[in-house]
Design a protein around this ligand. Structure first.
Ligand code: NAD
Length: 249
């Protein structure tokens, strides 16, 4: 593989201040992209931007709010003068069983995990069209592929819907030379995973063929590939990164 991009590229990572998104932002910056993180945690954004240096920026926003998404995408594109790569990473976990699920929780999970990806893409696409090149990478989940080991139905449904969104937008945006792909992580060591007890984590690890839960960097490496020039002939695809826990159907 040669250099990641033959033209300087700017990437936006939603929910990029912590966890998998943070690792994606760092990996994209290491690969040579300018990176703008959109996240509601402004303190963590400041810290990350300081760590990456002058090729990083951030925009504080609530990705559950469509007006906030539009404002943040416009601000991100203005920061380095273009927007070529969008990583729809933001997500919240819900383990609530259907019997206990409220309408508010369903709506919040769908807003953060699904609606944010559709609308961030909507507002980012015109910037990609202007340059005749674009990459959208959606962070789904193994839960969307096979129903979820311990996740609730709102989370699993939001992640299954992300895969449908990925395929639909891949078909609609191909003529603009914009690819749309997804990564489906299995259990990965972030704050989202911190709710599980050490015993639950050991149980997970016993069932994972490669013998451990994922590191955020494992997901980030796959995202960088899908965002690179090397992935130019892939669109509408989902890559499973889960240590062999789910091998697809
Ligand atoms: N960690 C796992 O085991 C795992 C497994 C499969 C898929 N995923 C997916 O990976 C993605 C990242 O997960 P993670 O584990 O890094 O999560 P995390 O909780 O560690 O980080 C999520 C980030 O999103 C931000 N965020 C949350 N809600 C927001 C909102 N409304 N507006 C703006 N920012 C918001 C948080 O501030 C945080 O920086 C999610 O889409 C998640 O569903 C995670």
């Amino acid at each position: 593989m040669g250099s990641t991009w033959d033209t300087p590229r700017t990437a936006v990572v939603t929910g990029g201040a912590r966890g998998i998104g943070r690792a994606i932002a760092v990996a994209l910056a290491q690969a040579g992209a300018s990176v703008v993180v959109i996240d509601r945690d402004e303190g963590a954004c400041v810290e990350l931007a300081r760590e990456i240096g002058p090729t990083a920026g951030f925009c504080a926003a609530d990705m559950a709010s469509v007006p906030d998404i539009e404002r943040a995408i416009d601000a991100a594109a203005a920061m380095f003068g273009s927007l070529d790569i969008l990583v729809n990473n933001v997500g919240i976990l819900s383990t609530t069983a259907l019997a206990d699920l409220s309408e508010q929780e369903w709506d919040l999970v769908m807003s953060v995990n699904l609606k944010s990806a559709a609308f961030a893409t909507k507002y980012a696409v015109p910037f990609m069209e202007r340059r005749g090149w674009g990459r959208v990478v959606n962070v789904a989940s193994m839960a969307g592929r096979m129903g979820g080991v311990s996740t609730g139905c709102a989370y699993s449904a939001s992640k299954a819907a992300i895969l449908g969104l990925t395929k639909c937008l891949a078909l609609r945006l191909a003529s603009a030379n914009i690819t749309v792909n997804a990564v489906a992580p299995g259990p990965t060591n972030t704050d989202m995973f911190a709710g599980f007890t050490p015993e639950q984590i050991r149980n997970f690890e016993r069932t994972i063929p490669l013998g451990r839960i994922g590191r955020p960097e494992n997901i980030a490496d796959t995202v960088v590939f899908l965002a690179s020039d090397s992935a130019s002939f892939m669109t509408g695809a989902t890559i499973d990164v889960n240590g062999g826990l789910y091998t697809g159907s």
